[in-house]
Design a protein around this ligand. Structure first.
Ligand code: PLP
Length: 387
């Protein structure tokens, strides 16, 4: 739902563009920090969801940490004033240059994903005369019950260290003098709406902790990753995720040792609902069973439907037609997967109408490409509204 002011702004812009409702982002951050502070949990924002400067600045002002998955994200975190002491660096393929960026910036923690990575971080840290703080990213073998492309915590996935390797990891840690084990890290996937997956994760973390305890190790930090899902079906009635139930569950089931601190890495749940991709209808073409509404945004601006068969709500936001018809809403790109929704019921739609593709504030703009030599879509913020 957009206000008259917003619609006026939309009509004056070149399409397609990303629109961000900064008030909603702010409300989301308030709700998130209120819920996490109840238990003194640390929340790191997963940069890869959206790295627009305006968005990062607002998130930083709420004192969240940064969860980075590339050297450039670490540099961007520093440039947006996230303190080094709150920057975690994950990723299964960190290059030497990227590890050096982390070391030079004295980040909070490297989330280490394999034995060979531990060896390299140790070597590079030794060259700099530094001790690298690491958390072991452990593959918990928990099914996130989400799309298989965004499931990361199964043994068949490339992420993390498997449990049968832990004995060797401990032996190596005795040898690698420039590593300091400070934490255990887990991340099971993304867009998880069934909280029972997080319950399974908690139970698995308890087991893993028990294993470490039996080897006389208690780490200072437990990091359970991100993945909290959002309501793509009803962005207006579910505009802010239920952070309270999420943290309550961890408080109830996860067994922390005295003084252990718990960390989360949320991306989608923070930024998804504040963004919409606004696009203009170029042509309406009659098909056999449906009509095609051909819009000026495509998979180059939003690849999630083509990549993960993701659902985004599509709305015609400028028509006053009451009658409805059936449409495939498709983009202009030369790929059949360039489709935002099939057989959608929309008000009678015509050339020049604006459509909003909702809940696109996470993994939307960041994944855009120049395929077909397309121009980069602009980003517009509600703060430009001069209310
Ligand atoms: C992507 C990612 C996240 C964030 O996932 P969301 O589903 O956006 O919350 C957190 N941790 C790691 C390691 C990730 O790769």
């Amino acid at each position: 739902m957009f206000t008259t002011k917003e619609l006026e702004l939309f009509k004056s812009q070149n399409t397609p563009f990303y629109y961000y409702n900064m008030e909603l982002l702010e409300q989301t951050l308030q709700s998130l920090t209120k819920a996490s502070q109840k238990y003194n949990y640390h929340v790191h924002y997963a940069f890869k969801a959206n790295t627009n400067h305006e968005i990062l600045e607002l998130i930083q002002s709420y004192d969240l940490g940064a969860d980075c998955v590339s050297g450039n994200e670490v540099l961007k975190a520093k440039a947006t004033n996230f303190p080094s002491s709150k920057i975690a660096f994950a990723g299964v393929g960190k290059s030497d240059d990227e590890i050096n960026i982390g070391l030079d910036n004295d980040i909070f923690c490297f989330n280490c994903e394999s034995l060979p990575e531990m060896e390299v971080i140790n070597e590079l840290a030794e060259k700099k005369g530094k001790i690298a703080p690491i958390a072991l990213r452990i593959n918990p073998n928990v099914n996130a019950k989400t799309h298989h492309y965004i499931t990361t915590g199964l043994e068949e996935n490339k992420f993390g260290i498997n449990r049968w390797e832990l004995e060797e990891v401990l032996n190596k840690l005795k040898v690698y003098k420039n590593l300091k084990l400070i934490g255990l890290h887990f991340h099971i996937g993304s867009q998880i709406t069934d909280l029972s997956a997080f319950k399974s994760l908690c139970l698995r973390v308890n087991e893993v902790q028990q294993w470490f305890y039996s080897h006389h190790i208690i780490v200072d930090h437990i990091n359970v990753g991100g993945g909290l899902g959002i309501g793509y079906e009803n962005p207006d009635s579910n505009s802010i995720p239920d952070f309270e139930s999420f943290f309550d569950l961890f408080n109830e089931i996860l067994e922390l040792r005295p003084k252990q601190e718990l960390h989360f890495e949320l991306g989608r749940a923070v930024t998804a609902q504040c963004g919409s991709l606004i696009s203009k209808v170029l042509y309406v073409k009659k098909g056999i069973k449906t009509n095609f509404a051909i819009v000026d945004a495509g998979m180059t601006e939003l690849i999630r439907p083509a990549l993960y068969q993701a659902y985004h709500k599509v709305e015609n936001i400028t028509t006053d037609e009451l009658e409805i018809d059936k449409y495939d809403v498709v983009g202009p790109i030369c790929e059949s997967s360039d489709c935002f929704g099939k057989a959608l019921y929309l008000p009678i739609t015509k050339r020049g109408d604006l459509v909003a593709i909702r809940s696109t504030g996470a993994y939307g703009e960041v994944l855009s490409s120049a395929y077909n030599l397309r121009s980069k879509a602009e980003s517009i913020y509600s703060s430009n509204l001069n209310i």
